[in-house]
Design a binder for this molecule. Sequence first.
Ligand SMILES: NC(=O)c1ccc[n+]([C@@H]2O[C@H](COP(=O)([O-])OP(=O)(O)OC[C@H]3O[C@@H](n4cnc5c(N)ncnc54)[C@H](O)[C@@H]3O)[C@@H](O)[C@H]2O)c1
Ligand SMILES: [Zn+2]
Length: 381
Amino acid sequence: MKTFEVKTKINFGQGALDRLLDFTNERVLIVADPFVVSSGLIHQVTERLKRTQVTYDVFQDVVPDPPIDKIIGGVRRLFEFRPDYILALGGGSAIDLAKGVRKFASEMEPDYKVKLFAIPTTSGTGSEVTSFAVITDPVEHRKYPLSSEDMLPDEAILDEELVKSVPASITADTGMDVMTHAIEAYVSINNNEFSGALAEKSVEICGQFLLRSYSDNNDTHARRKMHIASCLAGLAFNSASLGLAHGMAHQLGAKFHIPHGRANAIVLPHIIEYNSRIDKLSRSSRTYDPCVQKYCNMARIIGVSNLNEVTTIRAFVAYLQFMNHEMGIPSNVSGLGVVSEGEYFAAIEEMAEAALLDGCTETNPRVPTKKEVMELYRAIW
Ligand SMILES: NC(=O)c1ccc[n+]([C@@H]2O[C@H](COP(=O)([O-])OP(=O)(O)OC[C@H]3O[C@@H](n4cnc5c(N)ncnc54)[C@H](O)[C@@H]3O)[C@@H](O)[C@H]2O)c1
Ligand SMILES: [Zn+2]
């Protein structure tokens, strides 16, 4: 038996932040990305809270790819302030940190119930509707995607006003994260009709609106659409999980601090070739792995479907490479300039081992061997 549930109530569209005006008398801890505080973006939230009788405090010790010690700092603040609600305001890093804080606190004091509202300020992770939180161990250079039902936010607020300030490069990275979530969820061995419908709609929106959103911060319509696409893809992978692109990208993030979406963007075209067993030397055949049909569906939605399975997969991979190119994402790790060749190649074996243990890899449509994953890491250099 399978089940599909959406536990998080989603407030979206113009004026969605006005949901905060329903608060009365509560105590609210805002877990905020420091940029959101320093840029004044937080005022869109605090200004609404001030109109109610809410008492609030701000915890802003959030860093990209949150490590365990920042969560402990958040738990400490939570027990000092004892809020009724946590508002997580920021990208995936702030939301994941807030999820970790609530989870740890509930383990320490099971009777203390605090509600979690997630208010994303990037359109990428979909963390506002997932039971995942990706936590980093900076000593071991590992990222752990933790999953637990009680990490699901109670409500999400999707307000495009909060993503207008996202600069082009972060729009590119986070947008390709959305694309990767939708495509990996779609071909995951845990996919189902519900996750499939959500993934298809998400990819359709990415196809229409990601480049527009990248090119113009003030294209409010495109930004609203990408904010929704991110959430749709989150719902899809919350049900179906992900695949090897994420399994490998997590290691690139943990080892070399490559932004999550950027790592996915570089890895994804290689994973599609690997999973489909179709590359530039392939001839058409009578039978294909089941994921090939799924990739072809996605290619049709994007508008690059053509002659047969081989040419369609080739066109789909080329389309994703084109998107990277148009948005200034290098096609390989060397192009990022963040790690030397020697250091990178020395890390490959360890990254491959960690990628095989990563929870996301479990649902990849093709079961990879260590040798193959090492080969994929070499190929993306
Ligand atoms: N929980 C999940 O389901 C899930 C899924 C995918 C990824 N993740 C994790 O989420 C993290 C990545 O999240 P992310 O891609 O949203 O990036 P992020 O939260 O790390 O933020 C990236 C950068 O964008 C800035 N930023 C955020 N909002 C902004 C705004 N409105 N305007 C300008 N700048 C803004 C931040 O200050 C930061 O410098 C990674 O740790 C990744 O592993 C979690
Ligand atoms: Zn992701």
